[in-house]
Design a protein around this ligand. Structure first.
Ligand SMILES: Nc1ncnc2c1ncn2[C@@H]1O[C@H](COP(=O)(O)OP(=O)(O)OP(=O)(O)O)[C@@H](O)[C@H]1O
Ligand SMILES: [Mg+2]
Length: 341
């Protein structure tokens, strides 16, 4: 249960809760100012020209608002939305079925697009470019391909691993939005909005404390807010600063928002590998987590907070990381010494 609170991925009763808190328009969408401006221009231009907006790729760690933005793209243009995901597209035929049933102007959202089958990817190239697919009929020498015209649509792809997308696919998006972790004041606004929506009376200092510990991630901020509400409810007190501290301590979120896995990775680099460099797969095995999770979820946050840097030879802990763990950086990168710590 503790883990659910800390995971940036959606879990358990998040889904219903998230639905209720999801901003429905760009104006309500907090932060990501640059991406918001870029999207606004792209959508407005399409409206003025009375055509479907260009295909959009949304890249970034979990919980930063990719699904939310895809829904906004549809909502802002008053377009129908079809949602599917990479893992659901195991064959080119699965994709052909979806594409051929789209209505003109529809927004097709493919979540985790990097996990789509290769054969479907190739079909998608043509569909994105020419709004056409070639359906193969028959096998071997007698096989023929029948072209099928598609209604013009807008593809919105989301991925936590933009690096895994083949170049031809990446190049066919008219716009790629790289979502960044949120600043504390932006998360404060996300929380203010969420508190109002769930009818929770909570002070600004309490919200700042939650915002600072939310790993730069709106999904985590909203989830911690819920835990604070629970805490206040169960203890019959106000959702104030001390309730926040007590609730977050209970759930093992430290003052910089590092969660259990972040800390495990950090101390593995520092204590087991003398500060690094250490390769991704070695690190993953050491902390008992999937390499993909470390790369897509943990590492971006540790890099962004300046605790870890990447080098061609692997991940390296910075001086800040040593200090964060209460160690002296000078004892530094000499593996022999570190073993004795
Ligand atoms: N900019 C924002 N302003 C307000 N709330 C936000 C914002 N971004 C995200 N949220 C909140 O965080 C929740 C999670 O966002 P969302 O589901 O869009 O993330 P995601 O990037 O699709 O994550 P995943 O990669 O796990 O699918 C939303 O339900 C919404 O409540
Ligand atoms: Mg999503």
């Amino acid at each position: 249960m503790t883990d659910d609170v800390l995971q940036p991925e959606a879990a358990g009763d998040d889904l219903a809760f998230e639905g209720a808190l999801r901003p429905a328009s760009l104006a309500e969408f907090v932060g990501q100012q640059k991406v918001r401006g870029q999207l606004e221009l792209l959508l407005n231009a399409a409206t003025l020209q009375n055509r479907a907006p260009d295909h959009i790729l949304l890249a970034g760690p979990p919980g930063l608002g990719k699904t939310t933005l895809a829904m906004i793209v549809a909502h802002e243009g008053n377009r129908p939305l079809r949602m599917t995901s990479g893992p659901a597209i195991q064959h080119a035929g699965d994709l052909a079925a979806v594409l051929s049933s789209l209505v003109p102007g529809e927004v097709l959202f493919i979540d985790e697009i990097h996990r789509m089958a290769r054969s479907a990817e190739e079909m998608l190239y043509l569909a994105m470019e020419d709004f056409r697919v070639d359906i193969m009929v028959g096998k071997g020498a007698g096989a023929t391909s029948i072209p099928l015209e598609l209604a013009p649509f807008t593809l919105v792809g989301a991925t936590t691993r933009a690096g895994l997308l083949p170049n031809p696919l990446r190049d066919r998006f008219g716009f790629t939005a790289h979502l960044e972790f949120y600043e504390t004041d932006e998360l404060h606004r996300v929380l203010e909005r969420a508190a109002a929506l769930i009818g929770l009376a909570i002070g600004s200092d309490a919200l700042t404390e939650i915002a600072g510990r939310s790993r730069g991630t709106p999904r985590i901020a909203n989830r911690l807010l819920r835990r604070v509400r629970d805490y206040a409810l169960v203890h019959g007190g106000a959702a104030d600063h001390s309730a926040v501290r007590a609730a977050l301590e209970l759930y093992d979120v430290d003052e910089h928002g590092l969660d259990r896995l972040d800390r495990a990775v950090l101390s593995a680099i520092v204590e087991r590998f003398g500060g690094g460099p250490v390769g991704l797969s070695t690190l993953a095995v050491t902390v008992g987590e999937e390499a993909e999770t470390i790369e897509a979820v943990v590492e971006p946050f540790l890099v962004r907070t300046g605790l870890v840097t990447r080098s061609p030879r692997g991940r390296i802990a910075t001086a800040r990381a040593w200090t964060h763990l209460g160690l002296s950086p000078q004892a530094g990168p000499q593996p022999g010494l570190i073993d004795d710590l």
